[in-house]
Ligand binder design. Structure first.
Ligand code: PGA
Ligand code: ZN
Length: 437
């Protein structure tokens, strides 16, 4: 242990996120003078089993104030981390977990904890004089993730204009991260033109995707399919659709309320609807296709398409190692979404990824719908070797900052960089991979 990597200061302040809501920023300073910073993101369609985001409640800022969470950084957390060695980040995270002492970070707040956990990791990297991804990979970074990029927003991010929350593209045919971004830029542009030609271009949703002025979920899928082809790409082979149904938002107890159509369907009908969409549209990935409490529905869907389709657990798995192991054992999903603030420490989220790898599941590092200029997650994806990366759409700088950061990292890695490409989608979904079997 080098004495100069000991934490001498932890400071919290309130800053503002991409929805104009307060959020927590933390700075961690070491004896060497090295400093790191982290900003907590925030979800809108949060899973019931996520760690708790501490909000002040009351009238100010619609209850979204973070005065208590910021105070926790400056008092309890600054206290407990004083003198800890930033070069042993798991030990730092364990101090946060112990000081909190709850199952779900409800005492300190997952927003306070994750801001500090990220700041401490950045401070360690600054102390070592290396980028964070290099520190996390122990100098062995090489995997550049396949991006999953939103074209249309929906669900809770667009006033529930359509039921589906995210209509995204993935580019299994792209040869590099840079090429995947370039293809997506063309599709995003064409999709905007199509919406404008129909008189349906009405700005963007929370993550920068076009506002979904559609008459049905199917019209959204149809329009995205068209945009892919009009932009000149071969569907499925070069560019495919990934959807985040975020079904916990409109489903519970095995029933699903499709608001646009004004009808309720049961679990079997929901699986049937998803299978029909897979048949009709060039879809390769389904995130939260069933509600977080519908294990039976997930098992049903996985049995029908789990060998040829990526089935991603977000609300279902909430970046939790134990839930990942359980879901793998019961065949509920084949890929885990990794969102740092769902747990509150980087260590716990990395452990969820390790659990996923141990059972042969795929992984996607993901942003939240409420974001900032913080680009830590780009470093997590590369540093942990997670083969996919989801940040929202291809507009608004809180999104673009993260895509651009991966471009810089890929360039810095030079010939060592290995683009995960289309194989990333098959990691979870294919039957011929290694792992638990
Ligand atoms: P959220 O949405 O950040 O609002 O939860 C992102 C997602 O569901 O993947
Ligand atoms: Zn999701």
């Amino acid at each position: 242990m080098s004495k100069s990597s000991l934490i001498t200061g932890v400071y919290g302040r309130q800053v503002w996120d991409s929805r104009g809501r307060p959020t927590v920023e933390a700075e961690v300073t070491l004896a060497s003078g090295a400093m790191g910073r982290g900003v907590a993101p925030a979800g809108a369609s949060t899973g019931r089993h996520e760690a708790l985001e501490l909000r002040d409640g009351g009238a100010a800022f619609g209850g979204f104030g973070v005065n208590q969470a910021v105070a926790n950084v400056n008092d309890a957390i600054a206290d407990v981390l004083a003198g800890a060695d930033a070069l042993t980040p798991d030990a730092v995270d364990r101090l946060l977990i112990e000081r909190d002492g709850t199952e779900n970070k409800s005492r300190l707040g997952a927003n306070a904890c994750i801001a500090v956990s990220m700041a401490a990791a950045h401070a360690a990297a600054a102390h070592e004089g290396v980028p964070l991804y290099a520190l996390l990979a122990g100098g062995d970074a090489s995997v550049i993730p396949l991006p999953e990029i939103q074209i249309f927003g929906g669900g809770a991010h667009a006033g529930r204009r359509i039921d589906i929350q995210d209509l995204m593209v993935v580019c299994p045919g792209a040869a590099s991260f840079a090429e995947a971004l370039a293809w997506t830029a063309e599709i995003y542009r064409v999709a905007g033109t199509v919406m404008a030609a129909r008189g349906a271009r009405a700005g963007v949703a929370d993550e920068g995707g076009f506002w979904p002025a559609f008459a049905s979920n199917e019209e959204a899928l149809e329009t995205l399919s068209q945009a892919i082809e009009t932009a000149g790409y071969r569907p499925l082979e070069q560019v495919a659709i990934a959807v985040d149904i975020a079904a916990s938002e409109f489903g519970a107890d095995g029933r699903y309320a499709l608001a646009l159509e004004g009808r309720q369907i049961d679990r079997d009908e929901m699986v049937g609807l998803l299978m029909a969409w897979i048949d009709r549209y060039p879809i390769l990935s389904l995130e939260d296709p069933l509600a977080e409490d519908d294990a039976e529905g997930f098992a049903l869907l996985m049995a029908r398409c789990g060998t040829r389709m990526q089935v991603v657990g977000d609300d279902l798995l909430v970046s939790d190692g134990a839930r990942v192991r359980d879901a793998a054992a019961r065949g509920l999903a084949n890929t885990v979404l990794l969102k740092p603030n769902q747990r509150g420490t980087l260590m716990e989220v990395r452990q969820a990824w390790e659990a996923a790898q141990a059972v042969g599941m795929g992984g996607i590092v993901s942003a939240r719908s409420g974001e900032t200029e913080d680009v830590t997650i780009a470093h997590l994806a590369v540093g942990w070797g997670v083969p996919q990366f989801k940040v929202g759409s291809f507009s608004r700088s809180e999104r673009m900052a993260k895509w651009n950061e991966v471009l810089r990292i890929a360039e810095a890695l030079g010939p060592k960089a290995r683009f995960a490409g289309g194989a990333a989608l098959r990691q979870g979904g294919s039957s011929d991979q290694g792992g638990a079997s």
